[in-house]
Design a protein around this ligand. Structure first.
Ligand code: NAP
Length: 328
């Protein structure tokens, strides 16, 4: 038997329960990973609350983890039992001691990368990879606005943007989070709970405004974000921390300056083995170079997943959060 977190109905953190299950065998083309660290992500909260429907209930939770290969199914090549691996996609169920998933979602870890860093950065770092390097291929010299700049994805984005020579203006909700984002390379920060974001962006850019706005806050920031763009700028709406953006009148993009808008996801970019490998190689290269370091702000035992999610949802975390399966 092995422990995992599951939920039988959607709702608050209290629906998460720690249960003993018979771990799934690795079927053809699958690998079973013994997790040594599991990544906590905001998307896990969307599944728990039902904003994103789980395929079936009861359901496991989580899609990010790192550890060692525990078993291999038929036909899996290029991996061996005991290999150190990480993953950020595949079926829900990473909040577990053992997780079985398609082998083509798993990447081998370079010796230089420890499992905690991997679990704290696979999903978030691959997300930053596609957002900064593919959704809008930044060349350096651009000005971008990044909401929630002291969070898990935001902390990696600040550093990667600096490495690319991009001026990242980060929004945050406290002076402590502002200091963290600036240490990570944000060119400037704005406290969006107190300051007028559009006016501050106007001041900071001398009226030029931003080439791209990266908005994972959603409902609360949508309109402000559009107002921070220059003409023909790109609005990248990639999350719903405050709730989803709904009921958009497309004419608003014309009124605010012939804007572009996209609503991307990691699964839409890392959608083939080749693309996943190329994106992971890019991420591992910036981690190995030291240009990006992963700030693990919080660690919780796996059994305390509900507590960890409560902290993430109530804006009490900074950087990445990981869950550690029973170390015994
Ligand atoms: N589309 C994709 O491919 C993709 C992939 C990964 C993540 N995401 C999205 O990226 C975002 C960041 O993910 P993460 O796991 O790294 O989380 P996170 O940024 O560590 O945490 C979310 C942050 O959002 C801010 N926030 C603003 N309004 C909020 C509200 N009403 N409730 C809760 N938080 C609020 C908070 O920062 P302040 O206190 O500074 O406001 C909070 O710390 C999430 O929206 C997630 O869904 C999207």
């Amino acid at each position: 038997m092995a422990k995992r977190i599951q939920f039988a109905r959607t709702g608050g953190p209290e629906v998460l329960e720690l249960v003993d299950v018979a771990p799934a065998e690795a079927g053809a083309g699958e690998v079973r990973v013994r997790n040594q660290a599991v990544g906590l992500n905001f998307i896990d909260i969307y599944f728990r609350t039902g904003l994103y429907p789980a395929p079936a209930l009861p359901s496991g939770l989580g899609t990010e983890g790192a550890g060692v290969v525990d078993a291999l199914g038929e036909g899996v090549e290029g991996l061996a039992v005991g290999d150190r691996v990480a993953y950020a996609q595949g079926p829900l169920g990473a909040y577990a001691e053992l997780h079985t998933l398609p082998a083509d979602k798993v990447v081998a870890l370079p010796d230089t990368l420890d499992v905690e860093t991997a679990a704290a950065s696979m999903l978030k770092g691959l997300t930053v990879q596609y957002l900064l390097r593919q959704t809008y291929p930044l060349k350096g010299g651009e000005t971008i606005l990044w909401h929630a700049a002291a969070g898990g994805v935001g902390s990696i984005a600040c550093q990667w943007a600096r490495a690319l020579g991009v001026r990242l203006i980060g929004t945050v909700s406290s002076p402590e989070k502002a200091a963290l984002a600036e240490r990570n390379g944000a060119w400037a920060t704005i406290d969006y709970t107190k300051e007028d974001v559009v006016e501050r962006v106007r001041e900071l850019t001398g009226g030029a405004m931003c080439d791209v706005v990266y908005d994972s806050v959603g409902k609360d920031t949508w309109e402000t974000s559009l107002d921070c763009l220059k003409k023909r700028g790109l609005m990248v709406s990639f999350g719903n921390a405050s709730g989803p953006v709904e009921g958009v009148n497309i004419g608003i993009l014309n009124q605010k300056g012939s804007l572009f808008v996209t609503r991307p996801s990691l699964n839409g970019y890392a959608d083939t083995r080749e693309r996943l490998e190329a994106m992971a190689a890019d991420l591992f290269a910036v981690l190995e170079s030291g240009e990006v370091t992963v700030d693990i702000g919080q660690r919780y035992p796996l059994a305390e997943a509900a507590k960890a999610q409560e902290a993430l949802a109530s804006r009490r975390t900074t950087g990445s959060t990981i869950l550690i399966p029973d170390p015994a």
